[in-house]
Ligand binder design. Structure first.
Ligand SMILES: Cc1cc2nc3c(=O)[nH]c(=O)nc-3n(C[C@H](O)[C@H](O)[C@H](O)COP(=O)(O)OP(=O)(O)OC[C@H]3O[C@@H](n4cnc5c(N)ncnc54)[C@H](O)[C@@H]3O)c2cc1C
Length: 284
């Protein structure tokens, strides 16, 4: 049994399985931890107003406290737009540029908010939000996911909203189960709230199908992770850890059932997968 958990679907790619990428992939961020008390500093405003002095592009980003510490914050302040995580050259460029962003932010802080600022920890590698997707049995769409209707082969239950970091501009889009959306142009502007669908339905959760990680070509192969098959909006919701953990567990259960039942993974009943997940305590 082969479970492709490479994020980029490397194994599927080398096996020649159908795959796709989007014109705009959610861009990576180079995360880091900063030491210094940010309580009285509006870092987003600082970057918006002075970022161009240190070569930081217009962007949206976020940072926050690390529980238990008053002087250490985590940062995903910038993006590395245009990165292709399946290209060594492009990844190397992103690593270099991401480290330059960290240095630029420290330079800004030292200039405009004097204090004892330290780069406490830089990420070991840039964080990839999106690259290749496999063409699976089913492509999850935003409309069906956020409708809250439970598909017959549901193996994931979630509430996290659609969260699409833009590659084509400096913005981010959130879409919610209640039909509202918040589109933020960049860190200098407040988000614009509107409706993304006319229906006023407001389900409290959604469910996602096993079909998004199952292919039929190889009986001993399944995917687990962000290479799953989904349109831009559905991917924006499913890509987070709380959902991918569940897909990972479902992939493992499907592989184990295929072995014990001596059948192809594509023939394993989703009902049996769900039963096993429920026995393990999954809130499906
Ligand atoms: C900057 C950033 C912030 C995020 N923030 C949040 C958040 O706040 N909350 C949240 O829930 N989610 C967040 N996410 C999303 C979430 O973290 C990822 O989508 C998720 O971790 C992807 O999991 P994955 O296992 O599919 O892929 P990955 O985490 O990319 O893991 C793939 C693994 O496979 C390894 N690998 C790759 N190729 C090979 C190979 N050929 N052989 C062996 N190993 C290989 C890689 O080294 C890597 O360890 C964030 C993502 C990013 C990038």
């Amino acid at each position: 049994m082969l479970i492709d958990a490479t994020g980029d679907a490397d194994l599927a790619h080398f096996l020649g399985l159908p795959e796709y990428t989007r014109a705009y992939l959610q861009p990576p961020s180079a995360c880091f931890r900063l030491r210094g008390d940010l309580a009285g500093v509006d870092l987003n405003r600082l970057i918006a107003e002075h970022g161009d002095e240190v070569g930081l592009p217009q962007d949206w980003g976020w940072y926050g406290a690390i529980p238990g510490y008053t002087d250490i914050t985590f940062h995903a302040d910038t993006h590395l737009r245009g990165t292709d995580a399946t290209s060594g050259r492009s990844l190397s460029d992103a690593e270099t540029e991401g480290r330059r962003h960290m240095d630029a932010i420290l330079t800004l802080l030292k200039k405009y908010a004097p204090g004892d600022w330290r780069l406490m920890q830089a990420c070991a590698a840039v964080g990839i939000r999106e690259s290749r997707h496999i063409r699976a049995r089913h492509t999850v769409t935003q409309d069906e996911l956020l409708s809250g209707i439970v598909p017959p082969d549901a193996v994931v239950r979630g509430t996290y909203p659609v969260d699409v970091h833009h590659d084509h501009d400096a913005g981010i889009t959130f879409r919610y189960l209640d039909g509202t959306q918040n589109v933020v142009a960049d860190r200098a502007h407040p988000g614009v709230v509107s409706r993304w669908r006319e229906s006023t339905d407001s389900p409290t959760s959604y469910a996602a199908p096993l079909g998004a990680i199952v292919q039929e070509t190889y009986g001993n192969f399944i995917c687990a992770g962000r290479m799953l098959d989904a349109d831009e909006g559905a991917y924006g919701a499913l890509r987070v850890m709380v959902n991918l953990n569940q897909y990972g567990e479902a992939a493992g259960v499907a592989a184990a059932l295929a072995l014990s039942e001596d059948c192809a993974i594509g023939q394993v009943s989703a009902e049996r997968v769900r039963g096993s997940l429920k026995n393990g305590g999954s809130a499906l």
